[in-house]
Design a protein around this ligand. Sequence first.
Ligand code: TYM
Length: 332
Amino acid sequence: MKRVFSGVKPTGHLTLGNYLGAMRQWAAVDQHRADALFCVVDLHALTVHHDPARVRRLSRQTATLLLAAGLDPQLCTLFVQSHVDEHARLSYLLECVATDGEMRRMIQYKEKAARERERGGSVRLSLLTYPVLMAADILAYGTDEVPVGDDQAQHVELTRDLALRFNQRYGQTFVVPRATHPPVAARVMNLQEPTSKMGKSEDFGPGIVYLLDEPDVVRKKVMRAVTDSGREVVYDREGRPGVANLLEILAACTGGNPEELAVVYQSYGDLKKDTAEAVVEVLRPVQVRHQELCADPVYVEGVLREGAEKARAMARPVVDAAYRAIGLLPPV
Ligand code: TYM
């Protein structure tokens, strides 16, 4: 059976982008076809300016929403990154394989470092080494596939490079993973700024649909989405990014295809109305289940405790093998 690993960073409220680009696929497909692990990557949330209480709160909320989205602890392993020491242990070894040039070339590093500087802050060293920790997350479990949105493709590519380099230098230790992406909505764009990703770490904005937004809020955000000056509904990601984004969201929510849907609509208004309703319907069951789970925090804690135990048992032998391979003396 294939091993699948993926993660979500608790840096903000989860968005429709997280759901359509990743979580929905994990619940509907990955946990059924593979030995799957899903992780709330809280250590990654410390790479930019953060509020400790907020990170704790968002970690709990993220885990709860992953369950609400359909992850089933009978089928997969759900846990919190900082509960399994192996991630940090392996990350250090991989820092001894990665180069600083490689890190500085990462698109997300460049964007996030620029944002931190703009805000007048300094850039944490952990932001630079972020992709190494992510590689450790993946490699510690002998992962074959990493289901993610498009924005994580470069990080998974780097993970592959590090695994290959380590294996070549120190002997076969890691499985070399590959990224998988959903067929549509691998990059959901901000409704107000359709050339930028709909990201949870951005400031609250009318262009971001959050998983816990009330139906009327969702409707308002979708109806106010920026479209283009044209009038015809055509699917053209470059030329008509706003309309293309709506078509992709609608396609992802209804199981359709954006090109085919473009032919069906005569006006932007109708497209927006149907997209809004489709999003409301997709989010409804997640919100209902989230409400139920919030009433049972002990259950969620139990899932995370068991998940961490299972994850630790899987990661330990892989990371121990890497320690030996790289030349560290086994403990006596
Ligand atoms: P994060 O927390 O930003 O996002 C979680 C998942 O949601 C996807 N995603 C999107 N997909 C489509 N459209 C969007 N607008 C959108 N926004 C987010 C992301 O691609 C991701 O799959 N670095 C990772 C977390 C991570 C990780 C890992 C992932 C840490 N270690 C190991 C996989 C394996 C991140 O920040 O994802």
